[in-house]
Design a protein around this ligand. Structure first.
Ligand code: F6R
Length: 609
């Protein structure tokens, strides 16, 4: 997500911070800023690329040998100078950069405003600055003030604080959002990502969750949130800058696949109330009354986002009992769509900038529909133009082929299904509770699949010379078959067709022979038997078969290879089935000596018709 860099030593901080920010640009950004400590704290912020900040810095005196800086990728509040980090307290005595999400920021903000604090931004992060300010004014030392403030905070953070009063000291803290301290000769660096400091030093100390560090030019002292001293060894990184940006992975696509347990957690963070058994979607609150009255949902999207929409159709119909249609953004405006004031048009988009999806939303607005977005990029065009929505919080997706964004869209659609079902009284408490509890378990189950990924690698190696592949799935898994085929096409250039299993006999089976393999999504669910019959039919035509199934399913007599995944409830199983298909596409690209991060002819965001 966002990037952090801090410096304390004997050199001028500003050029080092700007260089670090440049190295962090690959993560995606919409604004950036820095604070340097001199006789006061000097802060400069800018919207857009880091070069905009470089330009602004030239007109400000930013002399000083300690400082902090940040590139932001918006989560709370649109990209703007006010929302860019660092954030200051009311008195301008401290400055904070923060990655992560403060879940209880609304209640903390209300509390702080009631005690006279004035907020300058819409961000969740700013509450941290004001919390620290209060403790400093009670004469607490900076380190203690930060630690005690963090005890009030619920959520995730990787943060660095600098103060006007305490020269040459940075305080860092981590909970769920990475931070690394770089150890130089009489100088120290703090970064969210080693790529920001790897050119300065390879000696590092990684902070773990629940740890704080006081960093000066003389050294580092570490402490836990409950004030216990911690000792840690310095480690040596053998990464170059290229490897560092991918966090040690050979490609962004793999990095993003491996991130998915965390991504699902982030998409659901603060949105699952297990005690009350409710989905909490603050972004839909304002339109709750209209949502009670709707009689139809139309989902629009392109590519993978469209396929996510197709899963959404099953989910929302199943959980909320509202009729759903899914439309390709690129086709929608060429029809004469029938939209009434009781229609919700829901756009799904990672970038929030896909031209066809945006146009579909504009068309829906012209017809007075309520428009919603499930968008990953905060402040993007679709996010701004829809009436309300739910952000995916998947973090910037750099790999051209969508992986983590798709999975986050499915997680959010499940929440939307539960939310609408509860709002309209069509979902029983028992079903809602069971769905939310299963959703809560998903990150661990995804991790389990990722831990066993060796089998997918071997299977991909075995099939690496194929030129065609059929993907089949039924019910919730039909759209996952389409998505699996799309991934394979995109990154390994193997011709792949995604079909719903029931359609196989209406045409595609004519293709099948011993040189045309099929991947069948066949978890043990309500359509398992039917999928087994289809596999029998493919076998009878001597077609090689790979089954993606749940542990213990009796399919060995039907398949040439099987990849097992954990079982969850039927409506969430597609989230788990997607993971081996992403890995398979990735490993096929590697086996075929292709670069999956740079598929030919594709752009990450399609902003023209
Ligand atoms: C497939 C892929 C594309 C996008 C599509 C929509 O791997 O990445 O199909 O899903 O271009 O993009 P967004 O979600 O940005 O609207």
């Amino acid at each position: 997500m966002c990037g952090i860099i801090g410096y304390v030593g004997s050199k001028q901080a500003t050029p080092i911070l700007l260089k670090g920010l440049k190295a962090l640009e690959y993560r995606g950004y919409d604004s950036s800023g820095l604070t340097v400590q001199s006789d006061r704290l000097v802060t400069v912020r800018a919207v857009g690329e880091v070069s905009e900040l470089v330009e602004r810095v030239q007109h400000v005196r930013t002399q000083g040998t300690a400082g902090i800086a940040h590139t932001r990728w918006a989560t709370h509040g649109i990209p703007s100078v006010e929302n860019a980090h660092p954030h200051a307290d009311c008195a301008g005595g401290i400055s904070v950069v923060h990655n992560g999400i403060i879940e209880n920021h609304i209640e903390l903000r209300e509390e702080l405003i009631a005690r006279g604090h004035v907020f300058a931004s819409e961000t969740d992060s700013e509450v941290i600055a004001h919390l620290i300010e209060e403790r400093l004014s009670d004469c607490r030392p900076l380190f203690a003030a930060v630690r005690e403030s963090l005890a009030r905070v619920r959520g995730t953070y990787g943060l660095v604080v600098i103060s006007k009063e305490i020269p040459q000291t940075l305080i860092a803290a981590r909970m769920g959002s990475p931070l690394v301290i770089g150890v130089g000769d009489g100088e120290y660096f703090i970064a969210s990502d080693p790529s920001a400091i790897i050119e300065q030093t390879k000696d590092v100390i990684f902070l773990d969750d629940g740890e704080l560090a006081a960093v000066t030019s003389e050294g580092v002292s570490l402490m836990s949130l409950d004030a216990q001293e911690i000792q840690k060894e310095t480690q040596q990184l053998d990464w170059d800058i290229e490897t560092a940006t991918k966090e040690g992975n050979p490609h962004f696509m793999l990095k993003e696949i491996l991130e998915q347990p965390q991504v699902i957690e982030n998409s659901c963070r603060g949105r699952i109330d297990l005690i009350e058994g409710r989905a909490v979607l603050g972004g839909l609150k304002e339109v709750e009354d209209r949502l009670r009255e709707i009689d139809r949902v139309v989902i629009v999207g392109c590519g993978s986002a469209y396929y996510a929409g197709l899963v959404g159709e099953y989910l929302i119909e199943d959980l909320a009992g509202i009729p759903v249609e899914v439309e390709l953004g690129s086709e929608y405006r060429y029809r004469k769509p029938i939209i009434t004031e009781r229609t919700v048009v829901l756009a799904i988009s990672q970038s929030g900038e896909t031209a066809d999806t945006l146009e579909a939303i504009r068309e829906a607005k012209r017809k007075n529909a309520l428009t919603l977005g499930i968008i990953n990029t905060v402040g993007s065009s679709i996010a701004r133009e829809t009436d309300a929505g739910v952000y995916c919080h998947a973090g910037p997706e750099i790999g051209v082929a969508s992986t983590k964004a798709f999975v986050s869209q499915l997680a959010v659609l499940s929440l939307v299904g539960v939310y609408l079902g509860q709002l309209r009284g069509s979902l029983s408490d028992r079903n809602a509770g069971a769905t939310l509890a299963a959703l809560y378990e998903l990150p661990d189950q995804v991790q389990e699949i990722l831990n066993d990924r060796n089998l997918v690698t071997q299977t991909a190696k075995k099939y690496s010379s194929i030129e065609n592949c059929l993907y089949l799935g039924r019910s919730f898994h039909a759209p996952i078959a389409y998505e699996g085929a799309l991934k394979l096409k995109e990154v390994s250039y193997v011709h792949a067709e995604g079909y719903s299993s029931g359609e196989m006999k209406h045409g595609p089976i004519a293709l099948i022979d011993q040189g045309f393999p099929s991947i069948v999504l066949c978890p043990e669910d309500s359509v398992f038997e039917k999928n087994c019959s289809n596999m029998q039919e493919l076998r009878a035509r001597r077609g090689p078969l790979i089954g993606i199934t749940t542990k213990g399913a009796q399919i060995d007599h039907l398949v040439d290879a099987r990849i097992d995944i954990p079982k969850t409830i039927e409506c969430l199983q597609p989230i788990l089935s997607t993971i081996p298909l992403q890995l398979f596409a990735y490993e096929m690209a590697i086996a075929r000596k292709l670069n999956p991060d740079k598929p030919r002819n594709l752009a990450k965001s399609v902003t023209v018709e």
